[in-house]
Structures are given as structure tokens and as C-alpha cells.
Design a protein around this ligand. Sequence first.
Ligand SMILES: Cc1cc2nc3c(=O)[nH]c(=O)nc-3n(C[C@H](O)[C@H](O)[C@H](O)COP(=O)(O)OP(=O)(O)OC[C@H]3O[C@@H](n4cnc5c(N)ncnc54)[C@H](O)[C@@H]3O)c2cc1C
Length: 331
Amino acid sequence: MIHSVLRGTFDQWLAELAEGAGAEYICGIPVEELVKDGSGSVVGIRAGDDAITAHVVIDCEGVNSLLAERCLGVARPKPSEMAVGVKEVFELTEAQVEDRFLVQRGEGAAMLFVGDCTHGVVGGGFMYTNRDSVSLGLVATISELEESDTTIYQALADFKEHPAVAPIIRGASMVEHSGHMVSEGGFSMVPRYCFDGCLLAGDTAMLCMNLGYQVRGMDFAIASGRFAAEAACDAIDAGDVSATGMASYMAKLEDSFVMKGLETFKTWPRTMEGWESMFADYPGMAAEVFEAMFAVNGVPQRHLKDRIAPIVRKHGIFKLLKEMRGALKAL
Ligand SMILES: Cc1cc2nc3c(=O)[nH]c(=O)nc-3n(C[C@H](O)[C@H](O)[C@H](O)COP(=O)(O)OP(=O)(O)OC[C@H]3O[C@@H](n4cnc5c(N)ncnc54)[C@H](O)[C@@H]3O)c2cc1C
């Protein structure tokens, strides 16, 4: 069974569990600096005039990791390795969710879109139900957006007008709007994540996978956070919080589903990046094929292959086969 979560609710619940287990949760205060001692080892954080010392700092500031860049020298990712995601949540009643998605009570639906939704830019659209709302949005590669004549906000406005989307959100009020980056480079983007006194986890360590049909990073963030905490506790107990003393973090991560998963799909980001026809060409081709199959237009009906072959040929059958083979190999 597949579940969807609303991060606002889920994160609150998880934070309460952590507090119940003894953690202290300080919200709404941005950390400005990772404080280091004379030897360059991280010994705490500074937020405004306040400083907190720590044996080990686990930096999980997310994908836009400015602290890691500024204080640890982690390189800023290239725009071609990053996507921007925008999401809106629309409020519906439970009955409206059931009626508009044709689902039973307690069940939901998820849909993916490719093609027009991003104006042909590498990326895609998504729409999924929550108990009493629907989330929808777009993800598109930043470098591609820069080169195109569209913006992600214009594409989102158009997406909401699309006949497959507009009736679902008709009359519903938007209760949440958010923007967030997604790292797309996968395995090759993972930076050094083990420093003297400091470990990087989650998106800060670029532990995220965009397979086109699935973005995955929440479970990687949870698992890496746990491995980092275990390694930090062991290192503190052993009295050595240097990068070498915390190397068990690397061992745990590399031996886990996180790194193994990223490594399995390490060639996919390149394949997706160069596969413009998948986003600009093939969705239109699929529409033409359906038009040819179902149009009733007074023209004598020909065999299906005679209707479909010219359409596929127009887009290049060998190109299509080659690209499909490449994609299947990388996926
Ligand atoms: C559109 C979109 C769809 C996605 N869909 C999925 C999905 O279906 N499944 C999935 O598994 N993953 C998905 N992801 C990826 C997932 O959201 C991330 O991989 C995951 O949230 C990473 O968790 P994190 O804790 O490392 O970072 P985040 O969740 O980004 O948390 C980082 C936190 O640090 C805070 N912060 C940043 N800087 C500072 C600072 N200086 N001081 C204090 N706090 C700071 C931020 O405000 C934020 O709260 C999606 C991402 C996007 C953008």
C-alpha cells in the first residue's frame, strides 16, 4: 500500500516524537554560522548573538545548503543539476476528493504529467490527493528553465487551467503555496559529507533521487539522519569526533539502501538531462497517435499500423528506439 503525507503535519508529528525521546526543537531561528575551533573542527553553531556548542553538529539544512558551502567549502551545485519545484494545496471536502477522483473513502489517487505542463521543459507535473485536499505542482530543471521563454509560475498557472486539472480544483481555495529546489544529479552530486566535528545528512548531502516518475529524498533524509546520529554517539563515546573518528557514518551510509539506490541509478540524471524529446516531442506524438486511433472524420478507416506508423516515423523511429533503450538501461 502507498501512503502520501503532508509535510506540515508529518514534520510536526515527527518533531513531537523526537521531543518525547529527549530532543529539543528550536524553530524559526536561522543558523548563520558553523562555529569552528582553532584547528578548523566544528564545535557548534551561531544564530544571531546566540551560540550553542556541541561535540558534533549534524547539518541538515536542506538542498540549498548555504552553511555547508560557506563554512565547509562544499561546492554549489550547477543549475543543470538542480530543479525547482512549486506546489499548491487546494482544500476540498473528503466527499469532493472521493467524487472528483472516483475513489473510495480512505483511498486516494496520484497522477503524473509530462509535456505541456512544463511547456516542454525537462520536468513534469504531479497531482495527488490528501484526506481533505489535493496537492499539485511542477518540477523543472533550472538550467532548462533559464534557456526557455517560460517561467515556472506561468507554467503552473497554465497547468491549473488544463482540462485534466481545472475541474478537480474548481471552486476550491488554495491553502498552501510552496517552492523548493530538488537536486537531480543523483550519485555523482554527493559531496564530502564527513568533516571534523560535523556530518551532513539528507538533502544537504544531496541524498535525493529524481527518477522522473518519482522524487525520493524523505526516506533518505530520515535514514541518513539516523546513521549520522549513531556515528556521532559512537564517536563521542570513543572520544574522537574527527572525520576519521566518525567514518562509521560513511560505512553505514554506503552499506545502506540510500547509497546503493543512488548508485544503481547513477547514469539516469545524465540520460534525463539530454532527453529533451521525452518532454517536448513524445507527449505530442502520443496525442497524435490517440487522435489517429479514435478520430471519426469521414475518411476511410485504415489499418492501425498504417495510421500510427507515419506519426512515429515523423518523429524518427530509430531515434525513439535508441532513446527508449537508453532510458530502460539507466532506469
Ligand atoms: C516538489 C517536490 C516533491 C518532492 N516529492 C517527494 C516525494 O514524493 N517523496 C520523497 O521522498 N521526497 C520528495 N521530495 C524530496 C524531499 O522533499 C527532500 O528530499 C527532503 O525533504 C529532504 O529532507 P531534509 O530534512 O534533508 O531537508 P528539508 O526537508 O528541506 O529540511 C531542511 C530544513 O532546514 C531548515 N533550514 C535551512 N537552512 C537553515 C538554517 N540556516 N538554520 C536553520 N534551519 C535551516 C529549512 O527551513 C528546512 O526546514 C520532493 C521535493 C520537492 C521539491
